[in-house]
Ligand binder design. Structure first.
Ligand SMILES: [Zn+2]
Length: 190
């Protein structure tokens, strides 16, 4: 053998997909003993739907941010192609893609998935597995849903507030509002 031999951990991380790790993680005895295991399975399912067959070691903080931004919920409707019911973006049975937009879920709901992802990657990083060397989920902030400072007013709330503000404050806050929230953050509000 010549050339560089990748570390065993690295080689494994490149071959283990997120989906595979999700399965393995949920089968771990200490995880099975966690309070709320049943609901944790649903969080893992949400995550697997997004990260799918991406190698565990290829997940970057940007991917975690993208996960947070895309987390929406869909109304249960009849499939436009087959007879099934669809509560996701794509029909599980036939692949039909719905065209109505999902409703944003609450920051708290997204945080539950995020915390599960952080734990999954911490376990993957542990000496027992050494599948990753870093935890990208830990680098992405989780806004506190109860913290008013992290909360951004909806357009409607803002219009109401603007109507009652004295002109100098209105000007000041208009600038703050316009430059403050990114669109993704606005959509993440419940
Ligand atoms: Zn269908």
């Amino acid at each position: 053998m010549t050339g560089q031999i990748p570390s065993p951990g690295k080689a494994r991380a490149q071959s283990v997909t997120f989906r595979q790790w999700g399965k393995q993680y949920l089968a771990l005895e200490p995880v099975k003993k966690l309070r709320g295991y049943a609901i944790r399975k649903l969080y893992v399912e949400n995550l697997v739907r997004f990260f799918g067959d991406k190698p565990l070691g290829a997940i970057m903080p940007e991917d975690v941010t993208a996960y947070r931004a895309q987390r929406v919920r869909y109304k249960r409707i009849k499939c436009g192609k087959c007879e099934g019911m669809v509560s996701r973006e794509v029909c599980h049975a036939c692949g039909w893609k719905r065209n109505d937009a999902g409703a944003p879920v609450s920051v708290q709901t997204i945080n539950h998935d995020h915390m599960t992802l952080t734990h999954m990657l911490n376990v993957a990083r542990s000496p027992q597995f050494r599948l990753v060397t870093d935890n990208p989920a830990a680098h992405v902030p989780k806004p506190n849903p109860n913290n008013e400072r992290d909360r951004i007013a909806s357009a409607e709330e803002w219009e109401r507030l603007k109507a009652v503000l004295p002109p100098h404050l209105r000007r000041l806050l208009t600038v703050a509002y316009d430059v403050g929230p990114r669109r993704g953050e606005l959509l993440n509000l419940e």
